[in-house]
Ligand binder design. Structure first.
Ligand code: UN1
Length: 511
């Protein structure tokens, strides 16, 4: 394969190209699953087998949790700035290997190489940011209401964190969860998506090389039904952080809820870009193309609705069609490609099914709507960038998450209607407004009900030092990344120190 990398890294990448056997990582050792069984991961761009992934069992999870629990006992006593030293090293190693990690990411997940580099950068940023938290992890010192008494709140680790992560951002999302968990003094048991084991193994290798003591990160490959459930159900897993589908998130919440276990759930989106009649239309087109068709639409934050003021609808349609026609589809390792494959055959079929439903429900298909089945591309899973118009807010394609390169234009008459349409879905992750009117922009910032709002930019592109997550069906009130991630991975402990030498009764003796 002809990768465009430096000579030194080219060797590394070519070696990685041979089918390989991934192993679990438990208590600092690379070990096979007790099942001895494997599945394969394949390159979505051409169907080639990349490697074999262990199909782990509950027993593997039990071993991983036991190792994590034991290791956490001493890790919690390591000063946080010292824990952070390891995170700085993780950041450095990620940076050093940025190009080879990006190549692996594209190889097994399919996103175009420029985006893969962006994703690895997100993990680098997160490593340095969370390393900095090792010298903060702020609590409060506040005055006590009584004399000669001191009051403060401190963050303490939760214990063992079970992480269940998706294939669409295999290293960024894993970094959003594992780095804050570790800097805050927790141990980790991680089940990555079976589609992206290569990335997971490389990330764990970096933790290992950075000097993370054994047992603090444990990697268990396998299915959600077996490994995921075993993590969620394990009494010694204290918190579960999950990113994935709404359906699975609900199941996790139900299972964990019965045990009063904390869950942080990051699920779907049905994100919209609103384009007002005073918008810079060319800028809006840039934002829409990038956020609807980047990552082949496989982002939780992807723009899958375009809410447009009727006065500029036709012009926007025309400009979008011109741009879509220029998008190059193909293997993401080719630097000139704009849209890569989707993850697998069943994703391709699901996307196509949604498009058929759209047509059946009366939406107008302006372009796309095809599975590419000619020539080289037929070996991969490619869907043509698809644009619908005259979509009404209640249509299936305007309500359900498609997770592919499909977006729908919904015309509206004014801003109030746009906000109503934006908010009229089950999800609440990201939204965007293009307008040059400051009054409208501020109204939208207030009234769009999503966890992330963009002004004059598309719906994607969250930065790691701000909270990431959403309202309604998107989550359960927690956030990934930013300082908010620490709220997921720590408990608050309020400490009162009475140095008066007498019994002082709060709320009584001082009143
Ligand atoms: C996701 O799709 O789950 O804001 C994560 C963005 C990226 C992260 C997306 N920084 O689109």
């Amino acid at each position: 394969m002809n990768y465009q990398t430096g000579a030194q890294e080219e060797n590394q990448v070519q070696n990685q190209n041979h089918p390989k056997k991934y192993l679990n990582y438990i208590n600092g050792e690379w070990v096979p699953s007790v099942s001895g069984k494997f599945t394969v991961n394949v390159n979505p761009a051409n169907g080639e087998v990349i490697g074999e992934v262990p199909q782990s069992t509950k027993e593997d999870v039990d071993l991983a949790v036991a190792a994590a629990k034991a290791a956490q006992k001493s890790w919690r006593l390591v000063p946080a700035p010292e824990r952070a030293e390891i995170l700085y090293e993780v950041g450095r190693l990620l940076k050093e290997r940025k190009e080879s990690l990006s190549q692996i990411l594209t190889l097994e997940m399919g996103k175009v190489i420029a985006e893969a580099r962006g994703e690895v950068q997100e993990a680098i940023d997160m490593a340095y940011y969370m390393a900095g938290e090792g010298r903060r992890l702020f609590g409060d010192t506040v005055p006590s209401e009584l004399r000669n008494k001191f009051a403060m709140s401190v963050r303490v680790p939760v214990g063992v964190a079970g992480l269940i992560t998706p294939w669409n951002f295999p290293i960024a999302i894993a970094s959003w969860k594992s780095l804050p968990a570790l800097v805050a003094g927790n141990a980790v048991v991680w089940k990555p998506a079976s589609e992206t084991p290569f990335m997971a193994a490389e990330f764990v290798k970096i933790y290992e090389e950075a000097g993370l003591p054994k047992g603090l990160i444990n990697l268990v490959f396998g299915s959600g039904g077996v490994v995921g459930n075993a993590i969620v159900d394990h009494p010694d897993v204290d918190i579960v952080s999950f990113t994935g589908s709404n359906e699975v998130g609900r199941q996790i919440n139900e299972r964990a809820g019965g045990m009063l276990k904390r869950t942080s759930l990051e699920m779907g989106g049905k994100n919209a870009v609103t384009v007002m009649e005073d918008a810079d239309l060319d800028l809006a087109v840039d934002g829409i193309i990038w956020s609807a068709f980047g990552t082949a639409g496989q982002r939780c934050t992807a723009c899958s609705r375009i809410i447009v003021h009727e006065a500029v609808k036709e012009e926007l349609e025309r400009k979008l069609l011109e741009r879509i026609a220029k998008l190059k589809i193909g293997n993401g390792l080719d630097e000139s490609v704009d849209v890569g494959p989707v993850i697998n055959r069943s994703a391709l079929e699901k996307i196509d099914e949604y498009v058929k439903i759209g047509v059946k429900e009366g939406a107008t298909l302006l372009c796309g709507g095809e599975i590419l089945s000619n020539g080289e591309l037929a070996k991969g899973h490619y869907y043509t960038p698809t644009l619908f118009t005259d979509v009404t807010p209640s249509m299936t394609i305007a309500q359900e998450e498609i997770f592919g390169p499909v977006t729908s234009i919904i015309p509206v008459k004014n801003l109030d209607e746009a906000i109503k349409v934006n908010n009229g879905v089950e999800f609440g992750l990201s939204s965007s407004i293009f307008s040059r009117d400051v009054n409208r922009v501020f109204q939208a910032m207030r009234d769009l009900d999503t966890g992330i709002v963009y002004v004059n930019a598309g719906t994607t592109g969250a930065e790691i030092h701000l909270p990431f997550g959403g309202t309604k069906g998107t989550g359960n009130g927690h956030r990934d990344s930013g300082v908010a991630a620490l709220d997921v991975f720590t408990e608050w402990k309020s400490v009162y120190v009475d140095y008066s030498g007498t019994l002082q009764r709060a709320q009584i003796d001082n009143k």
